[in-house]
Design a protein around this ligand. Structure first.
Ligand SMILES: Nc1nc2c(ncn2[C@@H]2O[C@H](COP(=O)(O)OP(=O)(O)OP(=O)(O)O)[C@@H](O)[C@H]2O)c(=O)[nH]1
Ligand SMILES: [Mg+2]
Length: 204
């Protein structure tokens, strides 16, 4: 069971991407896929409707899976492993979660289940780079998320000029030199297959 998180600040496109990834992975008929979403206060995806398409969906509320509810996150992962045996679990943490802490929490489930870790994919919303990086408190959180990423996807490239994507790329490179950087539009599908390929071949 490979656990891959799709992280990033509020509204950057996590849910839209996770559904696109799930559709690709499960649609091929070769992978059993479960989703874990961690929304504080609201249920973002209609679990029942999605489950009809063969996916398993778990929603964890009551706090952030990288801190307050880390142990119920681990229990949920173990529960999924026991009852559903997915090949892939795609996790959407809250927009304020810190990727390495999400990984730590996921590893707690690994003590009892056969778990491997996929990449920490962090989305960066290229429609609002200044808002994300230049504000004092918010900027620090976004920088921490980017520093923690294995792969950074510059999201929503369908609705900006190429020069804006390039500007985001330059700013991100100053924060994280190591992560793989790619452009993404979950609307047009641009970059989605590349992410699938990375998830499938990722070695922890
Ligand atoms: N243009 C464009 N808009 C997108 C894309 N992906 C998501 N959006 C829009 O961005 C908004 C937020 O998308 P979500 O997928 O809900 O983002 P999220 O990161 O899950 O949001 P939270 O869970 O609230 O943090 C929605 O209005 C989406 O329709 C994309 O590839 N292109
Ligand atoms: Mg969401």
């Amino acid at each position: 069971m490979k656990i891959t998180q799709i992280a990033g600040f509020l509204g950057c496109g996590k849910t839209t991407l996770i559904l696109a990834l799930a559709k690709h992975l499960a649609g091929s008929g070769q992978h059993k896929v479960a989703l874990v979403v961690n929304e504080i206060g609201e249920i973002p995806v209609d679990g029942k409707v999605i489950e009809e398409s063969g996916l398993r969906v778990k929603d964890i509320g009551g706090g952030c899976i990288c801190c307050e509810v880390a142990s119920s996150f681990a229990k949920t992962l173990y529960g999924l492993y026991k009852e559903f045996r997915p090949d892939h679990v795609l996790v959407e943490p809250t927009g304020v979660a810190v990727p390495h802490q999400v990984k730590l929490a996921a590893r707690m489930a690994g003590r009892d289940a056969r778990v491997s870790m996929g990449p920490a994919i962090v989305l960066f919303d290229t429609t609002r780079p200044a808002e994300l990086l230049d504000m004092e408190m918010l900027g620090r959180l976004v920088v921490t998320q980017l520093e923690d990423a294995d792969i950074i996807a510059i999201s929503k490239v369908d609705c900006v000029e190429k020069s804006a994507v390039e500007e985001s790329r330059l700013r991100i490179r100053q924060i994280n030199e190591r992560a793989e950087l790619l452009g993404l539009s979950s609307f047009t599908g641009f970059g989605v297959e590349q992410l699938i390929e990375r998830i499938l071949n990722w070695k922890d």
